[in-house]
Write a protein of this length. Structure first.
Length: 263
């Protein structure tokens, strides 16, 4: 057993894809078995419960938690106790907040699919909900800091708030005003999102971009060099997404039904 455990020392088992899978799993169960009002209540309970555990429960061997110091929190302690391999910050316990985060997306989806609300009402609710989440998140951050690595409850509200406002703006431009052509590159990305993610983790796109906007160009750009480098990296991502889309290469699991006459 010691040999098996040691084999995981340099392996990070809880990356973003695993977090997405777990959060989607629980959010899907909640959606299937609870009504909308109960889902909202559970979402709030998860955020408050996670805050209470991270704020008031002493960390064994450390004492009072200190979120301003890496490792001095309950989430990190539980990862060290239960999760083999390399540690990032806090994964297992923060799943509570991640599930609540995923529920915010469910609420947005239910809102957009509603047959009882008109477009103006949907837009108002997206913007109002986003501003409300931002206000609550930044207010809560005074007591529970916005920390992505720990997926704090305030981070969930701030991220969800910005997302809701941005979704509202996009909904207005595309659905209400009919401006769609500008969004085509994002369609390319959405169709092959996982593929792009995997490629970006295999190929160092930032280093590749540096071949074009590095060296003397970087020196000439001064303080804007990082911005231009990031833009060039993003350009390679869009180029790859467009390449795959034009050739109808969609790397995802699909179920193919037999056509008439086929066995």
């Amino acid at each position: 057993m010691v040999g098996v455990a040691s084999g995981y020392q340099n392996v990070y088992l809880a990356s973003v894809l695993q977090r997405i899978a777990v959060a989607y799993f629980f959010a899907a169960l909640i959606f299937c078995f609870l009504q909308a009002r109960s889902m909202v209540g559970l979402c709030v309970s998860l955020l408050i419960g996670y805050w209470a555990l991270m704020t008031f429960v002493p960390v064994p061997g450390i004492g009072a938690p200190d979120l301003n110091v890496p490792g001095k929190n309950l989430a990190h302690y539980l990862d060290g106790l239960c999760l083999p391999g390399r540690k990032f910050e806090g994964t297992l316990l923060s799943t509570m907040a991640a599930v609540a985060n995923c529920q915010l997306g469910v609420f947005a989806g239910l809102l957009l699919k509603s047959q009882t609300l008109n477009q103006d009402q949907k837009l108002d609710l997206l913007l109002t909900g986003g501003v409300s989440c931002l206000t609550a998140g930044f207010a809560w951050a005074q007591f529970f800091p916005v920390i992505k690595l720990l997926w704090t409850s305030s981070y969930v509200l701030v991220a969800g708030g910005f997302s809701s406002v941005l979704l509202g703006v996009i909904y207005y431009l595309i659905e209400m005003r009919g401006f769609r052509r500008w969004a085509q590159p994002f369609v390319w990305l959405g169709i092959n999102a996982i593929t792009i993610y995997v490629v970006a983790n295999i190929i160092n796109l930032r280093a590749l971009a540096g071949r074009f906007v590095g060296g003397d160009i970087k020196l000439a750009l001064g303080n804007y060099s990082d911005l231009v480098l990031a833009g060039a990296s993003l350009g390679f991502v869009f180029w790859l997404a467009k390449f795959l889309h034009r050739r109808k290469i969609f790397l995802r699991q699909s179920r193919r039904t037999n056509q008439p006459g086929e066995k």
